[in-house]
Structures are given as structure tokens and as C-alpha cells.
Design a protein around this ligand. Structure first.
Ligand code: 5AD
Length: 416
């Protein structure tokens, strides 16, 4: 789970390691360690994140050995389908637009199955499961779509202390998480000095791949966090329609958002980004442009989810997009970017029963579990009634593992 299976280094080039997993090799960036051929490591997001002792690695590999091949077999069986329905991939913009507007049940089935088959051919059965800790719902921004916007005075605010954050990290790491997203509103309380200590400790003590999802902070802040060991940033551009962006994010600039994403990519962060589906005034053309914009950052994780209106916000009366529209969007994204890591968002799970499974069968290949202490979860109210809000972490992990097993997916890294 990012339980990552340990792999053995079989080749080393400067800054790059080739890792063997049961006979398959993957390349991973090595920013942190002194590595030698024969060492065992864990990788996440195409990055070596932990060195593992040989005896520990062999024990874990022994446990995985049979399951590894069994899962593959199951996925092959479930995704067996001609991938040729729409000609060669990536599909054109025109084809993508056409597919976004289909409504016939059979046509949708064909789209979902094709996308799942392309996912299997491009990336095999790897599925990433990140943990997310929402450590503060205090936000300086006033986005029209978001329940934790500054102007929502009806919401009680919280900030987790560094100790509380570390104990949530400890719990997650103890359950096997190797990739963690630290998310909050735009909260200047967590200064560079406070936060770099947290990042450094998570990196050093737990060897987790750290994604920051803290909104627009200055470049100095992000550079310091990179130095402290963070390697990913989750920052959506929300929409590629700059006029719409200006309307829904008062005072913010679309150009600046894009510049920031490019800056973060250039200093070496893995980029997770995406947009909201169903924003008022957004068109299918916008959605296709969203995917292309995400692709332009070499995006590590495509994070697109439905917009769910919150009653205490100006966009309260917007209708929610139907869940099938989201599955269609995921499938089309898969056809546009065959080797993308595509996330099933909690928002999708909130609007549709069994959405995680259905999305994974329509082209998606990663999801997140909520690692925030239960007492704070409800207050992270970007929208109401979020899925899994009361479900303990252990139970979530068990559920996730049973789903992965059922679908023949392995919580492994995809490599570079
Ligand atoms: N519905 C769905 N997603 C939302 N977000 C904020 N408000 C909502 C909402 N009402 C998403 C934004 C942001 C992420 C952290 O949460 O896309 O980037």
C-alpha cells in the first residue's frame, strides 16, 4: 500500500536504479541513498524511498511470491477485452470529445472495458494506495466551490499539532503506507520552520514518499520542503478555463497557478494535479483541455473528481455531475494518456456507491485512504457527507486490500 513490494537493485546509473520485482524490472530515481547492486529497496512514484534489510525483504518477498502472480492472472482475466474499439491510442481530441458525449448504455460499457484493457496493457495490475492526512481546515483562500473557504464562518476550524501529525503518520506507517499526502487549507500558521521539521521527520523516521497538498505557498516554502525530503505536490489547477478560474478563485491568478506548477516540476517534485468536474459553466471542451494541461506537466497522478456543492458556499445550487459522467471522463483520460496514474477521488466515492471498484474497472489505477484522526475528519468539510468519514484506518485498509485482491490489483509501484 503503498504496501510496495521490496525489489532488488540490479543496475545503477547516476541518480537512477533499476529494480527487479520477481523477474520484472522498473527504473526508479534515487535522490536519497547510497545504493549498491544487490541492495533491497522500496520505491514509490518511481522514486527509491527506503532501503530494506535483506532478511526483511526476503521475508516479505516470500509472502508476496504466489500472490504476485495470482493477482496478475486475475487482472488479465478481468481486463481481457479488445482494446481496438477506437483505433490507436492516444486518441485525438475530437475522438475524446465524441466519447465524452455518449449516453447509450452499451456504448458506455464498451468505453469502460476498452479503457480497462488499455490500463492493463500499459501498466499491468499496479495500483497505488496513498494515505491522506488532512492536518488543518484553516484556509486563507475564499474559493467559491469549497466548504473550508475563509468566508464559511459556520465551520469550526482545527489545526493538528506537529505531535498529532506525527502520531497519525506513525499509525499509517505501521499499517504499511509508504506514500502519504499531507493536506490542509492554505494555512500560514504552518511556517516554513514548523513544517520543514515535520517533513524531515516523516522522511527520516518513516521513509514515506511525501506529497504536499497545502495550496499556494511561496517558492521558498516549497524549496525548503523539497530539501527536507518531500518529493510530491498535489495541487490542482481546478479548471483550465482561465476565465472560469478567475471567477471561482477570487483574487487568484490562473497564470500564476500554472507558473507555480511548472516551478514545482522544475525543482524535481512529482506533480499530482487535475480539475473539478461539473463546475458551473465548464464544458466538455474544457475537460479535454484539462487533461491536456495535466499532461503538459508530465503529471504523476491525475486527480480529477466531481464538484460537490457545499450549502455554505456561493455555488450551493450547482447540480452534481452524474457518476457515470465521471467514469466516462476517467475512461477518456485513460485513452488520451494510456500510461497515466489515474486517481479515484473521495468525492467520486461520495456520489456513487461502489464507485471505487467501478472506477478501477473503467481505467483508474489508484486511490487514497483517509488517515486523518476520526475526530477531525468531519471538520475537513470541503463538501458534506464525505465517504468513509467514520471508518477506522484498519478497517479501510482491510476493505482496500480485499477489493484489490478481488480485482487482481497489486499495490506496487509503477516505476518510471
Ligand atoms: N467538491 C469537490 N472537491 C472539492 N474541493 C474543494 N471543494 C470541493 C467540493 N465542494 C477539492 C479542490 C481542491 C481539493 C483539495 O479539494 O479541487 O483542490
Amino acid at each position: 500500500m503503498c504496501y510496495a513490494i521490496p525489489g532488488k537493485i540490479v543496475e545503477i546509473q547516476p541518480g537512477l536504479a533499476t529494480i527487479n520485482y520477481f523477474g520484472e524490472t522498473r527504473k526508479a530515481r534515487n535522490d536519497f541513498f547510497n545504493l549498491a547492486i544487490g541492495d533491497y529497496v522500496y520505491a514509490q512514484g518511481g522514486l527509491v524511498i527506503q532501503k530494506v534489510r535483506e532478511d526483511e525483504a526476503l521475508l516479505s518477498l516470500e509472502a508476496w511470491k504466489e500472490l504476485f502472480f495470482e493477482l496478475k492472472k486475475r487482472d488479465n482475466k478481468l481486463s481481457k477485452f479488445s482494446a481496438a474499439a477506437y483505433g490507436k491510442v492516444p486518441i485525438t481530441k475530437e475522438k475524446a470529445l465524441e466519447l465524452l458525449s455518449i449516453s447509450d448504455k452499451k456504448e458506455k460499457e464498451l468505453l469502460f472495458k476498452t479503457a480497462n484493457s488499455i490500463r492493463q496493457k500499459a501498466l499491468g495490475n499496479a495500483c497505488c494506495v496513498h494515505g491522506i492526512i488532512e492536518f488543518s481546515n484553516t484556509c486563507a483562500a475564499d474559493c467559491l466551490y469549497c466548504g473550508i473557504r475563509r468566508s464559511n464562518t459556520a465551520l469550526a476550524r482545527y489545526r493538528m499539532t506537529p505531535q498529532e501529525i506525527m502520531s497519525a503518520v506513525k499509525e499509517a506507517a505501521g499499517l504499511g503506507f509508504k506514500a502519504l499526502v499531507l493536506q490542509s487549507g492554505e494555512d500560514p500558521y504552518y511556517t516554513k520552520e514548523i513544517f520543514e521539521k515535520i517533513v524531515a521527520e516523516v522522511h527520516k523516521e518513516y521513509g514515506a514518499l511525501i506529497f504536499l497538498s497545502v495550496g499556494e505557498r511561496d517558492r521558498d516554502f516549497y524549496a525548503a520542503m523539497f530539501k527536507a525530503g518531500a518529493r510530491g505536490v498535489l495541487l490542482r489547477f481546478e479548471t483550465s478555463n482561465s476565465g472560469l478560474y478567475a471567477k471561482i478563485k477570487p483574487g487568484a491568478s490562473f497564470e500564476k497557478r500554472i507558473e507555480n506548477l511548472n516551478f514545482l516540476k522544475d525543482i524535481g517534485y512529482l506533480i499530482a494535479t487535475g480539475a473539478l468536474l461539473g463546475l458551473p459553466g465548464s464544458t466538455n471542451e474544457d475537460l479535454i483541455a484539462d487533461v491536456l494541461l495535466a499532461r503538459s506537466f508530465g503529471t504523476e497522478m491525475y486527480s480529477f473528481g466531481p464538484f460537490i456543492p457545499h450549502p455554505e458556499t456561493p455555488l450551493r445550487d450547482t447540480p452534481i455531475v452524474a457518476k457515470d459522467e465521471v467514469f466516462k471522463f476517467i475512461a477518456v483520460t485513460r485513452l488520451m494518456v494510456p500510461d497515466a496514474k489515474i486517481l479515484v477521488t473521495t468525492a467520486l466515492e461520495t456520489i456513487g456507491q461502489d464507485a471505487r471498484r467501478l472506477a478501477l474497472m473503467s481505467g483508474a489505477n489508484s486511490f487514497m485512504l483517509n488517515v486523518t484522526p476520526i475526530k477531525y475528519r468531519r471538520q475537513y468539510e470541503i463538501y458534506k457527507n464525505r465517504a468513509n468519514i467514520e471508518v477506522g484506518l484498519k478497517e479501510q485498509v482491510e476493505e482496500a486490500l480485499s477489493l484489490l485482491k478481488d480485482l487482481g490489483r497489486a499495490p506496487t509501484d509503477l516505476g518510471l
